[in-house]
Design a protein around this ligand. Structure first.
Ligand code: C6P
Length: 420
């Protein structure tokens, strides 16, 4: 019988192994007679048995509302929910669990910062710095705010198809009345890994508040908010083995304390009068209504699972898949690859000269290969690159180089079919 430590050591050397894949029942199936090759992990990842079990156990044994009841089930549910908050704090090395607000995901986390922090701390004429590789979730909330209070958005450019931020121009941008710098950690289209600690440090020197979109990095790489030095950081559970509908917004304690509520309702109040309400302190102040209790419990189980494998090992494995995919796909004729060649995360966007990304992805699905085709909620980036869409492969720790080889083969076959 293996101890947990032995099992972890064993699995680390076998990321992508058949043994590890057994933890993910969904992977073991055929699509139209072909074994499923799931390479759409940037959209959402699959869930291991331990996460499914934690959710099931909660509903079978402890289901109740949190923070409200005095009865045993409610106490157990509250303990599990608050335990998940502590686990999330440890997962990103926040100094206290009060800095962890449960949200529906990255999108809600960024909206919360824009509407709660942004509305009271920004004034007309202030500037918000974003980058040209942001996901819509880190653009649209700021645009809504801009319409409401008259702030302006500015974008740090990328250098080109190699998908790097133009860091030589950072100082120029930081000096332009910028009050917030919101940036993605890993680009979901380019696979670029941005130097967020360095970017935050530069911004901070000028008193600029920083927001990190960690949707593609949480659960894929080590993540330490104190080392990064950011003010806010948002991520989604479903992109790291947890269920949909749960995410985390990390916020520095002093900032959260000073922010007004984001939504009003139950859970977040101390006392309500017909005309006046007083609120709880963060994080509950920002969690109006019954939260996603099962989701938080699933998220804790996902964090435990991921840390059993080791995030450094996962990062290495992911990056290896990304580099390998770049190498192998680059050998196809009539293909254009986007993003960095070497220092890249485990995803790759590409375009074939003769096949539209949507047609390609529809055709690969016939062979059991799940890719994503489209603008990936990166329309401004696509326009900047002069394209409308890309096809994307995105791997995780259960994927293998062999699956990348199979993907290349299937894409090549589709290409040959279309070119007649
Ligand atoms: N990207 C993709 O296929 P939500 O939907 O809130 O969980 O995550 C939004 C989000 C924010 N930032 C980045 C960098 C993201 O990649 C995503 C989600 C998915 O690439 C859906 S478009």
């Amino acid at each position: 019988m293996l101890t947990e430590t032995d099992r972890a050591a064993h699995l680390q050397t076998t990321l992508g192994s058949a043994e590890l894949r057994q933890d993910f029942p969904i992977l073991d199936q055929e699509i139209r007679g072909n074994p499923l090759i799931y390479l759409d992990n940037a959209a959402t990842t699959q869930k291991p048995r331990s996460v499914l079990k934690a959710i099931r156990d909660y509903y079978e044994n402890d289901n109740s509302n949190v923070h409200r009841g005095i009865h045993a089930l409610s106490q157990r549910a509250t303990e599990a929910y608050e335990g998940a908050r502590e686990r999330a704090a440890a997962f990103i090395n926040a100094s206290r669990s009060e800095e962890i607000v449960f949200t529906r995901g990255t999108t809600e986390g960024i909206n919360l910062v824009a509407q709660s922090w942004g509305r009271v701390n920004l004034k007309p004429g202030d500037k918000i710095l974003l980058t040209e590789m942001e996901h819509h979730s880190n653009i649209v909330p700021w645009q809504l705010l801009a319409e409401q209070i008259g702030v302006e958005l500015v974008y740090l450019p990328i250098t080109g198809e190699d998908g790097m931020l133009d860091l030589n121009r950072l100082d120029e941008f930081l000096s332009r009345d910028v009050k917030v710098f919101a940036m993605t950690h890993i680009s979901n289209t380019l696979g670029t890994i941005n130097p967020v600690a360095w970017l935050c440090q530069r911004a901070r020197r000028q008193g600029i508040v920083t927001v990190v979109d960690a949707a593609q990095s949480a659960g894929h790489s080590p993540l330490d908010v104190q080392a990064i030095g950011c003010d806010f950081l948002a991520f989604s559970g479903h992109k790291m083995c947890a269920p949909t509908g749960i995410g985390v917004l990390y916020g520095r304690k002093d900032l959260l304390e000073a922010m007004p509520p984001y939504q009003g309702g139950g859970e977040m109040i101390l006392s309500v009068d017909f005309h006046k309400t007083t609120f709880k302190r963060p994080p509950l102040k920002f969690e109006a209504g019954t939260p996603n209790i099962a989701g938080a419990i699933g998220l804790k189980a996902a964090m435990d699972y991921i840390d059993t494998l080791g995030r450094e090992a996962i990062f290495e494995h992911d990056c290896d898949l990304g580099r390998y995919a770049y190498q192998q796909f680059s050998q196809l004729d009539g293909i254009r690859l986007y993003g960095p060649v070497q220092e890249r995360a485990g995803l790759l966007s590409f375009l074939l000269t003769d096949v539209h990304a949507h047609d390609l992805v529809t055709a690969t699905d016939q062979k059991g290969l799940a890719l994503r085709g489209g603008h990936h909620c990166n329309q401004p980036l696509m326009r900047k690159l002069g394209i409308e869409s890309t096809a994307r492969v995105s791997g995780y720790f259960y994927n293998t180089r062999k699956e990348i080889d199979q993907a290349v083969e299937i894409v090549n076959a589709v290409q040959r079919f279309f070119s007649g």
